[in-house]
Design a protein around this ligand. Structure first.
Ligand SMILES: *Cc1c(COP(=O)(O)O)cnc(C)c1O
Length: 424
């Protein structure tokens, strides 16, 4: 609140494609997809048209005892995208509620299966899974968690495979293997009271775009199977093509027991989340007794407009062959960003799919704010996490817009680091 006295809010009048416009006619390139949600630009004509049509049909209906066409179609299409392996969908309203649903369902599965002691959860160091109390319990970001610690249930954290933490001379894969061993040791000790391992596949977003080798997930799948612990893939950020494949876990050739989606699922239009799961999990709840069923309700569960926006988003993936065309777009951006990668004050330039990040060597505690401000002055919406600057643009960014983004970032970087000394 106090910072806004010197860093005023930016009131946005309208959006178009990757651009946001304020009331004074200034524009900003939305290089972070409005907190990682937007995929195909603001006021996308195809998503708009689908929503207008849906508005004339049905805006919302109770999803208990009743159902509707968009939610049925969306569930079937998501099932198909998982190769039919995750054929059961449970809907929520946002990412944190998807985490809550997956945690509760995992616990309840074990209880229904005669294993009531499996009540614990394990997650990665620096992981982020949302900020409601259950989700915050498995989140490991001190800034969000520490204050509320007295309200939270204990959970265990195992080392993050983030390759920046590798020893000198150790490869990202070697380090991922070493971290997988740590998970194995943890579960050897604690599997009897552990329900699930929750993980952000390939990229830990809020940790500062920490990226890691897919081998970690392959091994985690084997370890979780061996110890009868669920694997929850939190793809709230990495899903919907962000990692370079439709789902990040595909790159490890694995199937999780639970898959959480939100953020990009509606193209960044409306709040919606979904947890997909297997026939095995479904079967454990199939019973005459209501208390063996999974009870978790949100008023706007499976909202028809949000589901329609999601269907329109999936249509664009198909019609425009997005996963394929993003490859060329990503290659262009990675090439164009070489001046950043080679900047003397930049470390760990990294990329996974449509996510780029780098760490800036600056001892300035106000770096985040100063960089944000310097970027705004160059018509860029960039919001560093600590000293990590990242790009997570909508998938409709063009080559000239990429050049504009890189040039503006270099200029902002030069201004900010010039006035801050390197700690090295
Ligand atoms: C954003 C995010 C969440 C939380 O989603 P909200 O909609 O903000 O509650 C959970 N997990 C991951 C990996 C996220 O990036």
């Amino acid at each position: 609140m106090k910072q806004h006295e010197t860093l005023p809010l930016v009131p946005i009048a309208r959006g178009n494609g990757i651009w946001l416009y304020d009331f004074d006619g200034r524009r900003y390139l939305d290089a972070i997809s409005s907190w990682w949600v937007n995929l195909f630009g603001h006021t996308n004509p195809r998503i708009n048209a689908a929503l207008v049509a849906q508005l004339a049909q049905l805006e919302h209906v109770i999803l208990a005892g009743f159902t509707h066409e968009p939610v049925v179609q969306l569930s079937e299409r998501l099932n198909a995208l998982t190769g039919g392996r995750l054929g059961h969908c449970f809907y929520g309203s946002d990412g944190a509620s998807a985490t809550e649903i997956a945690l509760k369902m995992s616990f309840h599965f074990w209880r229904n299966s005669g294993r009531p002691h499996k009540t614990g959860f394990v997650s990665l160091a620096n992981g982020y899974h949302g900020e409601t109390l259950g989700a915050l319990s498995v989140t490991d970001v001190a800034l969000f968690k520490d204050i509320y610690a007295p309200l939270l249930r204990a959970s265990a954290q195992v080392p993050s495979p983030d390759w920046r933490l590798a020893e000198q001379g150790e490869s990202p894969r070697g380090y991922a293997e070493r971290c997988a061993q740590a998970l194995e040791h943890h579960l050897e000790q604690h599997h009897a009271d552990t329900a699930a391992f929750i993980v952000e596949p390939l990229v830990q977003g809020a940790a500062g775009m920490a990226m890691y080798d897919a081998e970690y997930l392959r091994r985690a799948r084997v370890i979780c199977d061996r110890f009868e612990v669920h694997l929850i893939a939190d793809e709230i950020m990495t899903g919907c093509g962000r990692s370079g494949t439709f789902f990040a876990h595909e790159q490890a050739g694995i199937t999780p027991d639970f898959l959480c989606l939100s953020k990009g699922i509606t193209g960044g239009y409306l709040p919606l989340s979904v947890v997909l799961t297997t026939d095995t999990v479904y079967a454990a709840f199939y019973d005459d007794s209501v208390t063996r069923g999974f009870l978790h309700s949100h008023s706007y569960t499976g909202n028809a407009l949000a589901c329609r926006a999601a269907l329109a988003t999936l249509d664009i993936f198909e019609q425009d062959n997005v996963i394929e065309t993003n490859r060329a777009r990503a290659a262009y951006l990675s090439r164009a960003a070489q001046p950043i990668a080679q900047h003397p004050r930049v470390k760990h330039f990294r990329n996974t799919g449509m996510i780029w990040a780098f760490d800036v060597d600056a001892d300035d505690t106000a770096f985040t704010r100063r960089f944000y401000q310097a970027a705004l002055e160059r018509e860029l919406l960039l919001r560093p996490i600590g000293n990590t600057v990242y790009f997570m643009p909508p998938y409709v960014i063009t080559d000239p817009e990429i050049d504009f983004l890189v040039a503006g970032t270099c200029a902002a970087l030069d201004t900010v680091v010039k006035s801050s000394r390197s700690p090295a």
